[in-house]
Design a protein around this ligand. Structure first.
Ligand code: NAD
Length: 248
């Protein structure tokens, strides 16, 4: 039983943060789940919840195909892996640009390309890509290459949705505001010196939120479950904002 009963789900970057919360939420809704992460140690604890875990670096094209071939076919794919560079148009390096596009955009394409034939063989499926409120929804200071890549995710999502809508495939993306995850902690630490300490840096992130608080990973996972499940059958090609009113 559950909203995802009988569904076979694939998650990238499931070791921590939104990916982990979503893998757990999928399992709680009755799905069979394959949770992957570059860092296998971070997947600890998921097997105890009945989730299959597999080390996977989504930058490794061959490993992506091998993993999806071995564990598929899937009904649901959640492309969660991504990295947040803090830079602007002048400070962004070539390496940051190339890495951000490889991880935040190209790897999602590679995962979709590997999973789509199996999805079509099952008669349809739902793909959910991780975008961000930073990007096509809102320009955010010091998120130059990040926002650029996340806007590209929205374009890729709509393109996939357009090509496969008549074949039972839905493709949506989620656009969160700031979410309290381990990597946010790292960004707070990186900003601490300039902001006048760790607490002040955290307060700056919280201060830009209309609700006066950050999102939890579980709140984002709830939206991803909705977009993955049959109840959202009429929803495709959308960039769904979940930001506590940040972009209002
Ligand atoms: P996080 O950044 O704390 O964790 C990321 C996970 O990704 C880690 O477990 C890491 O091992 C894994 N990972 C990194 N590189 C990988 C690779 N090459 N292959 C496979 N796994 C890899 O998690 P988070 O903050 O929940 O972010 C997840 C996604 O959500 C990202 O795409 C991020 O851009 C997006 N997002 C986050 C926020 C936020 O405020 N945290 C807001 C909007 C969007």
């Amino acid at each position: 039983s559950g909203r995802l009963a009988g569904k076979h789900c694939f998650v990238t970057a499931a070791g921590q943060g939104i990916g982990r919360a979503t893998a757990l939420a999928y399992a709680a809704e009755g799905a069979t789940v394959v949770a992957t992460d570059r860092d296998a140690e971070k997947l600890a604890g998921l097997e105890a919840k009945g989730i299959t875990t597999q080390a996977l670096d989504v930058l490794d094209d061959k490993a992506v195909v091998a993993c999806i071939t071995a564990h598929g076919p899937f009904d649901v794919v959640f492309n969660c892996a991504g990295f947040v560079h803090q830079n602007d148009v002048l400070s962004c390096t070539d390496e940051e640009w190339d890495f951000a596009f490889a991880l935040n955009v190209r790897a999602q394409w590679k995962v979709i390309r590997a999973a789509l034939p199996g999805m079509l063989s099952r008669g349809g499926g739902s793909i959910v890509n991780m975008a961000s409120a930073a990007g096509s929804v809102k320009g955010v200071a010091n998120r130059f290459v990040y926002g650029t890549t996340k806007a590209a995710v929205v374009g890729m999502t709509k393109s996939v949705a357009a090509d496969y809508v008549a074949k039972g495939i839905r493709c949506n993306c989620v656009c969160p505001g700031t979410v309290d995850t381990p990597s946010l902690g790292e960004r707070i630490s990186a900003n601490a010196a300039a902001a006048g300490g760790e607490a002040a840096a955290r307060a700056a992130f919280v201060g830009r939120q209309a609700m006066g608080r950050l999102a939890t990973a579980e709140e984002i996972a709830a939206l991803v479950v909705y977009l993955s499940a049959p109840e959202s059958a009429f929803v495709t090609a959308q960039a769904v904002v979940i930001d506590g009113g940040w972009t209002n």
